[in-house]
Design a protein around this ligand. Structure first.
Ligand SMILES: [Zn+2]
Length: 116
């Protein structure tokens, strides 16, 4: 019996989502180090205009910054466009709103289009 067994201080040896050990786990986490539960994220995907160009902004993923970067890389390659991480949001060049809503829904996020 460990000192903290059964208490809130007990740390699982493996990730609760992917069941890999923490050293191997690459699940996205929030700023507190907790694994993201897609169904609990209020993801909003919005078209915006920046300097006359249309961009698509993804908000509400809840990811910590270190996990937004690999997601941005993946989205840029999937959509064949440019983009950047801005604080807690991801910005992609061009209008990819509908495709991104579908893509995040496939992954279990209740993603919704926002704005016009
Ligand atoms: Zn994991």
């Amino acid at each position: 019996m460990g000192l903290f067994d059964g208490t809130k201080f007990e740390q699982p040896v493996t990730c609760e989502r992917c069941t890999k050990t923490h050293a191997l786990c690459t699940c996205p986490r929030d700023s507190k180090g907790k694994v993201i539960n897609p169904s609990q994220q209020q993801v909003r995907i919005q078209r915006e205009s920046r300097g006359g160009k249309i961009i698509t902004v993804i908000r509400g993923l809840g990811y910590r910054a270190a996990d937004l970067t690999p997601l941005l890389k993946e989205l840029k390659s999937t959509l064949a466009t440019g983009g950047s991480v801005d604080g807690e949001s991801i910005q992609l060049q061009g209008d990819h709103r509908d495709r991104l809503v579908a893509l995040f829904k496939e992954r279990g996020f209740p993603a919704k289009p926002a704005g016009g």
